[in-house]
Design a protein. Structure first.
Length: 552
C-alpha cells in the first residue's frame, strides 16, 4: 500500500500501454483511424525511384497558369513576350504529362478490329489524320462540289447578257383559207399544201435589271458557298480531332482498367491462399472479387468506347490506323484574353460569316423579284425565209388583184423591242424574300450569341483545367506512394484489406480523371481555335518538332 501510494497513477498507466503496444504486431490505432498519407517526396527522389522524369519546361505545381482568373494569387508575366511564351509552353507541358501517363511512350498501339483491318502501319500524327479527312471525307467533297456549282452559276448568269442566237427550220403541211394563189384568176378559198420556213434571230439584252440582279445574286451565292466549304472543312477537322482524342482516351482507359484488374488479381491470389489456410475470412475474398468484376466491366466499357471511336474515325478519314502518335503540343496556344478570342471569332468564324452572307443573299433575292416589274429593252436582228406560204408556189403568179406572188418570201429586221410584263406573282415573291431576309438576320444574331457562349465555355474550361491538372498530378503521385506503403503494410498484417482496396481504387480513379481532364482540355482548346476561325494554324502547332517514336 505504501508503494502504491508513492507511485503516480497516470505514469503507471502510460507505461502499461507502451509495453502492451510494443508486444503487439500492429499499432493500436490501425483499426480505428488511417494515418495521413506520406508527404510528397522531392522531385529528385521521385526520379531516382524509377519513375519517368518530367521535362524541365513544366511549371511548378504551386503556380496557377496564365488563365487563372485570380491574378493576385498567381504572379502574371511582366511582359507580353513572357506571357505568350508561357501560353505556348502549355501544350508541350500537357503532352509531356500524357506521355508520363503512358509510361514514357509517345505512340499508342491500337487494337485492330476484326471487320476493319488496319491500312496504316506507321504512327499517325494529328495533322496527318486531319489531312486524310480533308482528302477522303465525303462531306468535304460535297462542299467542294457545291462551290464548283456556284462558280458555274456565276458564269451562267453572265451568259444571260451575251447575245442569244436562235436558228430554226420547219417543214410540213399547211392549210390556208383563203390561199395566196389563184386558179384561172379566181382566188382559191381553201388550200392544203406543203410549206417550209427558216428563221434566224439574234437577241441582245440592252436594259434588263432582272439579269443584273441575277448576276449579283449568283456572286453572293458563290461567296456563301466558299464560306460554307470552309465551315465544313473546319467542322470535319474538329470532329476528326475529337475522334483522335477519343481513341487515345479509350486506349488509356483500357490500360488503366487492366492495371487495376491486375492488382486485384494478385490480391485475389494472395487472399485465396490466406482463406485456404484459415488466416482470413471468405468475405474478404468476396470483396476483392467484387472489385475485380467492376474492373472487368470498366475494361469492357472502354473497349466499346474504343470501337465506337474507331468507327467514327474511319468514317471521317477513310483510313484505319494501327498506331497514333501523341502530339508534341497537346493543347493549342489560346489567345491572351477572352476579349481577343471574341474579337477574332466575330471577324473570322465561318459559321457567323456564312449567316451574314445568307442574309445578304435573301436581300438580293428580294431585289431580283421586284426587278421583274420593270420594263426590258432588247435589240433583235431577224432573218427569215418562207417557201410556199399560203400556197404561193401553186397556181398563177397573181392573186387576182394584180399583185405578183412569188413562192419564196425573205425578210430581214433590225429592231429595238421594249417589253413590260405585270403579274400577281412578283410582288408577293419580293415580300416573301424580304421576310426570309429578316429570318436570316435573326438567325445570324442567334449564331453570334451561340459563338460568344461557346467561346466563354471553352475559355472557362481551359481556366478550370489549368488548376485541376496540378491537383490531380499531385494526387497521382501521392496515391502511388500510398499504394506502395499500404501493400507493404498489408503484407506485414498491419493494414486492413479495405484500406488497400480503397487505395487501389483511388489510384485508378486519379489516373483516369487526369487523362480525361487532359483530353477535355485539348478538345476545349481546339474548339476555341475553331470558333476563332484558326483551326488550321492550331493543327500546325501540334507538331512543332518531330516526336521520338516509341511503341506501346
Amino acid at each position: 500500500m505504501t508503494i502504491a501510494r508513492s507511485l503516480p497513477l497516470r505514469p503507471l498507466l502510460c507505461a502499461v500501454v507502451l509495453t502492451t503496444s510494443a508486444m503487439l504486431p500492429f499499432p493500436l490505432t490501425a483499426q480505428t483511424a488511417e494515418p495521413p498519407p506520406p508527404a510528397a517526396a522531392p522531385r529528385a527522389e521521385v526520379e531516382q525511384s524509377g519513375k519517368p522524369k518530367k521535362p524541365a519546361a513544366e511549371a511548378p505545381q504551386q503556380q496557377p497558369g496564365p488563365f487563372s482568373p485570380d491574378l493576385i494569387a498567381a504572379p502574371a508575366p511582366t511582359t507580353t513576350e513572357a506571357k505568350e511564351e508561357a501560353l505556348g509552353e502549355r501544350g508541350a507541358m500537357r503532352s509531356a504529362l500524357l506521355v508520363r501517363l503512358l509510361g514514357g511512350q509517345t505512340t499508342i498501339s491500337l487494337d485492330a478490329l476484326p471487320d476493319t483491318p488496319p491500312d496504316m502501319v506507321d504512327p499517325l500524327r494529328l495533322d496527318e489524320v486531319v489531312a486524310f479527312a480533308m482528302k477522303n471525307n465525303f462531306e468535304v467533297k460535297a462542299a467542294r462540289a457545291k462551290t464548283d456549282a456556284a462558280d458555274w452559276d456565276v458564269v451562267a448568269a453572265y451568259g444571260a447578257y451575251v447575245p442569244a442566237i436562235t436558228w430554226s427550220r420547219s417543214s410540213g403541211k399547211e392549210r390556208s383559207r383563203p390561199a395566196s394563189y389563184s386558179v384561172n384568176d379566181v382566188r382559191v378559198q381553201d388550200s392544203g399544201h406543203h410549206r417550209r420556213d427558216r428563221l434566224f434571230t439574234l437577241r441582245q439584252p440592252i436594259i434588263d435589271l432582272t439579269l443584273i440582279s441575277d448576276i449579283l445574286l449568283r456572286h453572293k451565292n458563290q461567296s456563301a458557298a466558299e464560306i460554307d466549304q470552309l465551315s465544313t472543312r473546319e467542322r470535319v477537322a474538329l470532329q476528326t480531332v475529337g475522334a483522335f482524342y477519343k481513341m487515345i482516351m479509350a486506349r488509356l482507359s483500357m490500360r488503366f482498367a487492366q492495371d487495376y484488374k491486375s492488382q486485384l488479381d494478385k490480391l485475389t491470389e494472395l487472399m485465396g491462399r490466406r482463406v485456404e489456410g484459415g488466416g482470413a475470412p471468405q468475405s474478404d475474398l468476396d470483396r476483392i472479387k467484387t472489385r475485380t468484376v467492376s474492373a472487368q466491366s470498366a475494361i469492357i466499357e472502354s473497349r466499346s468506347e474504343f470501337s465506337s471511336a474507331m468507327d467514327e474515325f474511319h468514317r471521317l478519314t477513310g483510313i484505319t490506323p494501327l498506331q497514333l502518335q501523341v502530339p508534341a503540343s497537346l493543347v493549342p496556344t489560346p489567345p491572351a484574353s477572352r476579349d481577343d478570342a471574341m474579337a477574332k471569332a466575330m471577324a473570322a468564324n465561318p459559321d457567323y460569316l456564312l449567316s451574314l452572307k445568307q442574309a445578304d443573299v435573301q436581300d438580293m433575292e428580294s431585289a431580283k423579284s421586284y426587278s421583274r416589274l420593270l420594263p426590258k429593252v432588247n435589240f433583235e436582228l431577224t432573218d427569215s425565209r418562207s417557201w410556199n406560204a399560203g400556197g404561193a408556189g401553186l397556181g398563177t403568179s397573181t392573186a387576182g388583184g394584180g399583185d405578183e406572188i412569188f413562192p419564196y418570201q425573205n425578210e430581214r429586221r433590225a429592231m429595238v423591242t421594249t417589253s413590260w410584263a405585270l403579274n400577281a406573282v412578283d410582288i408577293p415573291a419580293g415580300l416573301a424574300s424580304q421576310a426570309k431576309a429578316r429570318e436570316a438576320t435573326f438567325r445570324s444574331m442567334d449564331t453570334r450569341n451561340r459563338i460568344e457562349e461557346s467561346v466563354r465555355i471553352s475559355y472557362n474550361a481551359l481556366n478550370a483545367a489549368q488548376g485541376r491538372v496540378v491537383v490531380l498530378e499531385q494526387a497521382i503521385d501521392s496515391n502511388a506512394k500510398v499504394v506502395a506503403a499500404f501493400e507493404e503494410q498489408y503484407l506485414n498484417a498491419s493494414r486492413p484489406l479495405f484500406d488497400l482496396l480503397d487505395a487501389y481504387e483511388r489510384n485508378y480513379t486519379a489516373r483516369l480523371d487526369l487523362t480525361r481532364l487532359l483530353i477535355a482540355e485539348a478538345q476545349a482548346g481546339y474548339q476555341l481555335r475553331r470558333q476563332m476561325g484558326e483551326l488550321v494554324p492550331a493543327l500546325k502547332e501540334s507538331e512543332p518538332r518531330a516526336n521520338p517514336t516509341g511503341s506501346e
